[in-house]
Design a protein around this ligand. Structure first.
Ligand SMILES: O=C(O)CCC(=O)C(=O)O
Ligand SMILES: [Fe+2]
Length: 251
């Protein structure tokens, strides 16, 4: 299995957690489910999802058509989102291994939220962050981009679909949401083949896909970082320390 960041930097499997903390996104190729599971086993614990087939493991293929809140299991496009954005305790890590590629379409979309946070910070828009919330039926309002630790750390929750949508609670927060959504409009696009996939930090990176035809299939592992792990701070969010926006679009 080979691992690399979007800027081309390569990692060994035992460096995956550090690569993830640094880049938010690790792309892999030549991977098997067992290899990925054992790589995550040392430092994460499975996160249960309503659609999982065993703890933390969900098969993503079009087979639940008609069920509510199951757009992932259709042929439809999935707009950029963070998984379980509407619930209190979200998965920290998403590892998605593609096992069968689509006939047409189905490319994966990824957007590094550090890029969003950096841009909002540079434009002094984060003072209004408390006033951009996610509305979701039956769930309390949650902040879309939450600065903590004197603005050195952030956590993103975002969806704009039938499950949840962003909302500004005051007019002066509108420029913040507009700037956020302008970023959401231009993700990285990856055509991933069988054995390829991504490991992402779900409090930082937004993901989605284009619509497709054919038998596209993926296996998704959801996890939290183990409390004993050196990377446990990933469970709270991400930091812009060491982030360089010029690194992101190379390669
Ligand atoms: O199909 C994919 O590539 C991603 C699916 C997904 O993000 C989801 O079901 O939440
Ligand atoms: Fe997702």
């Amino acid at each position: 299995m080979r691992l690399k960041a979007p800027n081309g930097q390569e990692f060994r499997i035992d460096q995956a957690q550090d690569g993830l903390a640094q880049h938010g996104i690790i792309l892999f190729s030549g991977a098997t489910l067992n290899e990925l599971k054992s790589a995550l086993n040392d430092w994460t614990v499975p996160y249960r999802h309503p659609h999982d087939v065993s703890p933390g493991v969900t098969v993503i293929r079009p087979n639940l058509i008609g069920e509510t809140n199951a757009q992932g299991f259709t042929y439809e496009a999935l707009p950029l989102h963070t998984d379980r954005a509407q619930v209190d305790s979200q998965p920290t890590i998403i590892c998605c291994l593609y096992t069968q590629e689509a006939a047409v379409g189905g490319e994966s979309l990824l957007l590094d939220g550090a890029e969003i946070a950096h841009s909002l910070l540079c434009r002094n828009l984060l003072a209004m962050a408390d006033n951009v919330v996610l509305l979701s039926k039956g769930n309390r309002w949650r902040t879309v981009i939450k600065p903590y630790d004197s603005y050195a750390g952030f956590r993103i929750r975002y969806r704009n679909d039938s499950i949840a949508r962003p909302h500004v609670t005051t007019c002066d927060a509108r420029p913040l949401l507009d700037a956020f959504e302008a970023k959401v409009a231009s993700p990285l696009v990856y055509a991933l083949h069988a054995g390829e996939g991504y490991l992402i930090h779900n409090h930082r990176v937004l993901h989605g896909r284009y619509a497709f035809t054919g038998d596209r299939a993926a296996i998704r592992l959801l996890a939290k970082v183990a409390r004993s792990s050196r990377s446990r701070s990933l469970n709270h969010g991400f930091s812009l320390r060491g982030y360089s926006s010029t690194m992101k679009r190379e390669g």
